[in-house]
Design a protein around this ligand. Structure first.
Ligand SMILES: [Zn+2]
Ligand SMILES: [Zn+2]
Length: 426
């Protein structure tokens, strides 16, 4: 056990005691206001919270709902560099069909001068966010371009986010699928030199979540968004566990905001997979809200826990081997079943774990089966060996305390990992 493994809770993550005298009824009611706010009201909002922190939503604009992309000119109007110079629109051949054409027609009708760049990865079915893609964008980023718009999901969003950040330009993403919670985060994930690397970038100036555009996304992407959202149940469980075991900072209001949004998505599972626009809108809101929750707390706890460590482990393994890996959210979905299995075993032996009230693995199986998601590593395309190894070593991915650290600290990780792997791989 080296010291890096030991320090799973860093000093700044510890909770500062809050002076109880400030927690008047009025103060608490004011802090809870965010729970009733619509998502388009949130950009720019800030408040003092019961957790002792000041939270602010640093995003500038958000357009959500049916036909939201039509309102894009209302946002661009505020930016001189979009009016006086050209806009570079990034897409790939799939996202061009899904939302690129529509976005161009809106922009051209409003008189904007747009240059289109369609990215692709040679000899590969999907666009990979690698050096080649970044180089292509940079080579096309001439001085007459004042603004960048990405039309796509995770990969296009991240390329647009990083290049605009590095070159001091504003960016907008027009989401084409409800596939992950990264639209509203400041991070951007890449594959550089064959390794997965996440960079700090900035918030998109505006996120456009148009349900009419997203409605046409492939099933696989629909399931991915669903998995990334339902995975918040175990992320929130890990957050409560570290609060109780390590006294780590925990924000009750942020946790509740995320959990409410996830519950609404679960209640609307069937409508979402029938592609009803109102259910897609709820899903988008949940994905954007979890992005916001990370922004306001300043860390990823509300959105990512042991299920993300497992999914990163599988992803890194595939990237190292140069083989394709499942979509992020689909991995997170299966991984959250594995985390819930560990919780189930440990909660029978330790009261502190039982108190966290983690989701039951069979509850997750039931809702994922409605979604048609993978319920076993084999269905997801992860080998038994990699799956078993991830249960034993996934906690090393990030120095962050989860149920796996708890299990290891009690000398039970090998045994519990084998129990879970045997059950899920049989
Ligand atoms: Zn995620
Ligand atoms: Zn708070």
């Amino acid at each position: 056990m080296d010291s890096k493994e030991e320090k799973v809770v860093l000093e700044w993550q510890r909770s500062e005691p809050v002076d109880p005298s400030i927690l008047t009824e009025e103060f608490c009611a004011n802090a809870r206001k965010i729970l009733d706010m619509g998502i388009e009201e949130m950009p720019g909002y800030s408040f003092d919270c019961v957790c002792g922190k000041h939270h602010s939503v640093d995003m500038k604009h958000l357009l959500s709902g049916s036909g939201a992309v039509e309102r894009l000119p209302e946002i661009l109007e505020n930016y001189k560099e979009a009016k006086d110079k050209k806009i570079l629109l990034l897409c790939d051949k799939n996202t061009w069909v899904a939302g690129g054409e529509k976005t161009i027609s809106v922009l051209e009708k409003a008189g904007y001068n747009v240059k289109i760049l369609t990215l692709e990865t040679e000899n590969y079915p999907v666009l990979v966010p690698n050096e080649h893609a970044l180089g292509t964008v940079l080579a096309n980023l001439t001085d007459d371009i004042g603004f960048m718009i990405g039309v796509g999901s995770g990969v296009i969003s991240d390329i647009t986010k990083l290049v605009s950040h590095k070159t001091g330009r504003h960016s907008i993403v027009v989401g084409t699928a409800p596939s992950m919670d990264g639209y509203a985060s400041i991070n951007a994930a890449f594959v550089i030199g064959g390794h997965k690397i996440t960079y700090n970038a900035h918030y998109h100036t505006c996120i456009v979540a148009d349900t009419k555009i997203m409605q046409t996304a492939p099933d696989e992407l629909f399931r991915a968004g669903y998995g990334d959202i339902v995975g918040k149940y175990t992320a929130l469980s890990d957050w409560r566990l570290t609060r109780d075991v390590n006294d780590e900072h925990y924000c009750e209001i942020t946790a509740q905001m995320v959990e409410n949004a996830v519950n609404i998505c679960v209640d609307n599972t069937e409508a979402y997979f029938r592609r009803e626009e109102s259910a897609i809108e709820r899903m988008n809101e949940a994905l954007i809200l979890t992005g916001i929750s990370m922004g306001i707390t300043g860390y990823t706890r509300p959105a990512s826990g042991s299920e993300h460590h497992l999914s990163h482990y599988w992803e890194l393994d595939a990237v190292e081997k140069g083989i394709p890996h499942p979509l992020h959210g689909n991995s997170v979905g299966l991984a959250s079943i594995a985390s819930a299995e560990v919780y189930d075993i440990m909660s029978k032996r330790f009261e502190v774990v039982a108190n966290v009230k983690a989701p039951k693995p069979d509850f997750l199986r039931e809702i994922y089966s409605k979604a048609g998601s993978a319920l076993t590593p084999a269905e997801l395309g992860v080998s038994e060996d990699v799956f078993r190894a991830s249960l034993k070593n996934g906690y090393k991915i990030r120095p962050r305390y989860t149920i796996f650290n708890f299990t290891r600290d009690h000398g039970m990780l090998e045994e519990v990992a084998d129990m879970v792997a045997d059950k899920m791989c049989k």
